[in-house]
Ligand binder design. Sequence first.
Ligand code: FAD
Ligand code: SF4
Length: 487
Amino acid sequence: RVERRWLFADQLGPHFLDAPDQPVLLVESKGVFRRRVFHRQKAHLVLSALRHREAEGDDVRLVRAETYAEALTEPVSVCHPTSRAARAFVQRLDGVEMLPPRGFVTAPPDFVAWADGKKQLRLEDFYRFARRQHEVLMDGDEPAGGQWNYDADNREPPPRGTSTLDVPPPPEIREDAIDDEVRADLDRWQHDEGIEFVGNDGPRLFPVTRTEALARLRHFVEHRLAAFGPYEDAMLANDPLMAHSLLSAAINLGLLDPREVVERAERAYRSGAAPLAGVEGFTRQILGWRDFVWHLYWYFEPRYRTANALDARRELPKWFASLDADAVEARCLSDVLAGVRDRGWVHHIPRLMVLGNYAMQRGWRPGAVSDWFHRCFVDGYEWVMTANVIGMSQFADGGRMSTKPYAAGGAYINRMSDYCGGCRYDPKHRTGDDACPYTAGYWSFLARHEEALEGNHRMRQPLRGLRRLDDLDALVEQERARGSRAP
Ligand code: FAD
Ligand code: SF4
């Protein structure tokens, strides 16, 4: 039996080992950073996590090499990696035993058995299947509380009259000597060796060790989970974190097992420490969305990532690609882009309804949008992009995983945030100097795709609204003239 376990940099937690004292091989490959551009803070997290893992284990060998192949000089076993390219690479190697994937709740054969033969793959169906199969939030055969879905209690607009949610922030991360060393290395690579990054460096905001990740999880469940449900879709300009968990980077680095995350949340509900609606909403994200998105990456054919059902062909403008938030006057977009630049993280709704929505409205190429998300976020990995960006946010798969495009005008952003009050645009105006780029973009998107969306019954009402507009020609001309300029 092969003793040493090779851990990729997103497989760092104990659930990737067969025993706590199993010898470990880690590879720090500089070539990875030469091949693709990372957010500077994502590069920091990955290197810091690898080096902390080395410092913490008894028999951990960290090999610094240009490529993985150079570092693999003895037989090892490895858990199924998280990208097709990495899997193909592992399969080509001699002396490497590949085990089934870990780090997700549902096993691939169970997903395939669930999905095969279904006309449409919907999160809600998968989520119920997964809850039953793994007995999460279940009372016998019934969902806890008698309901599968508490969306009606969740998704509130932000509370009025306040600029921040009344929840304690996550415990601060304390950087150490390893972080100093990582920062110095990255500075050198960037300035002396021409390795390129996006985004700004800044104090480390996300866990890189299991201890830090567990502390964040514990604090979230005790102090923030109760407010998660109602405000999970809301945005406040002065409170980018709201009551979100900020756990995605830690879970994706493999520091936390998603099973333990949902178990902790369920325990909070069972002990009366957190309301069911919030616990259900949070469980839906991890056991539902995260697992669903992972399995779809492997289940859909490889060319899914180049799908382009709406024939969107524009490349990303420079201001967007380079996170130039200062070039943008639209308050919501400027603030969210600045969040990406300064933290490599914004929560789900800014990703979907501010960034993704803007890109889809403008007809930007889905593959380019997907590369951008992968590059710019601390929790970005290829497996997450397929379903979230190509499917959910850009509707480039023509509806294989969403019932309708997530396109919305300024009215949605106005309802769900406090951005519009301080903006130079007016969410109600679709033409003129103060026309909100989201409102104008929404109608022009519908006009462009009227035919393609006609058969979709969830789009019937918006298309009826489109046909009632008396200034559509002027609006389309205005959008054409605006071109790819920053709004
Ligand atoms: P919370 O709101 O606290 O949610 C809890 C956890 O649920 C997250 O930590 C995450 O692990 C999981 N989760 C929730 N939704 C999803 C989802 N749709 N897909 C996968 N996991 C989910 N998530 C990433 O982990 N990496 C990405 O690169 C990424 N890119 C995205 C791009 C777009 C366009 C969209 C619409 C979503 C993307 N997401 C991504 C999903 C989601 O936005 C983030 O997981 C979440 O915002 C991370 O913040 P959090 O940890 O505070 O999450
Ligand atoms: Fe964003 Fe439009 Fe509101 Fe301005 S008016 S903040 S651009 S939605």
